[in-house]
Ligand binder design. Sequence first.
Ligand SMILES: Cc1ncc(COP(=O)(O)O)c(C=O)c1O
Length: 286
Amino acid sequence: MSRIVYVNGDFVPEADAKVSVFDRGFLMADGVYEVTTVVGGRLIDFAGHAARLERSLRALDMTSPMGTEALLAVHRDLVSRNGLEEGLVYLQVTRGVADRDFAYPAKGTAPTLVLFTQSLAVLERESVKRGIKVASVPDLRWARRDIKTVQLLYPSMAKMAAKAQGADDAWMVDEDGHVTEGSSNNAYIVTSAGTIVTRPLNHAILHGITRSAVLRLAAETGLGVEERPFLLAEAKVAAEAFITSASAFVTPVVEIDGTALGDGRPGAVTRRLREIYIEECLAKAV
Ligand SMILES: Cc1ncc(COP(=O)(O)O)c(C=O)c1O
């Protein structure tokens, strides 16, 4: 079935959803994006994604295409037009259409705004039952990973390198041997004492919306949380590991570079966190 896609104010069949070849998103990866998960036809943590979109736009001196309330209305309209029950809404804003030039076009150039839906199972996933395997790769991305830009070639290469080794995803590692994050998710370990460890927020990682909810819920549940860099070597001997993202929620990691964690099955802390995260996000979905 053909989807309905939102392009610059219009809802059009996907075959008619087009942007200019002069769009700076196409020519320079001069754009930012958000992915909001949909369950039961409702949006999960829309406010968090809208707030991060504003931060990304501000960091790149880009014009916001519309306010948060209007953006929520577009999301809802698109979900409804596509009869989407479970999946995601992808949103992309670029600096707009201009002659190719490294300098930004004049202020007032209209940003390009595109949204589309993808149907996807997020609640019931085989990867959650068995846990995923990750393979380490050097983190060769640019230094402003806190901005959610559409320049995703290196994460894509990292994922392909991991898959070539029989893993499901990559964990990227900085020059000091510390894990930064997954190709499209934040990375965590759980120590033998049950403490959840994840890298602190700075320019080195994307500030995950799921990360922030999961760490708050962990603390509210009385689980220990330490925000500090952890070495790949420490991760390989951790009791548990997991990733978080809008569509993966909390997904267990059971193997790193061929080394099984614990008994090689999803850990209890990870399973509990997934449960409480899903319970809260479904209760608050809009
Ligand atoms: C590099 C990276 N880190 C972390 C995340 C998780 O962020 P969120 O929980 O907001 O989906 C993503 C999501 O796309 C990502 O691309």
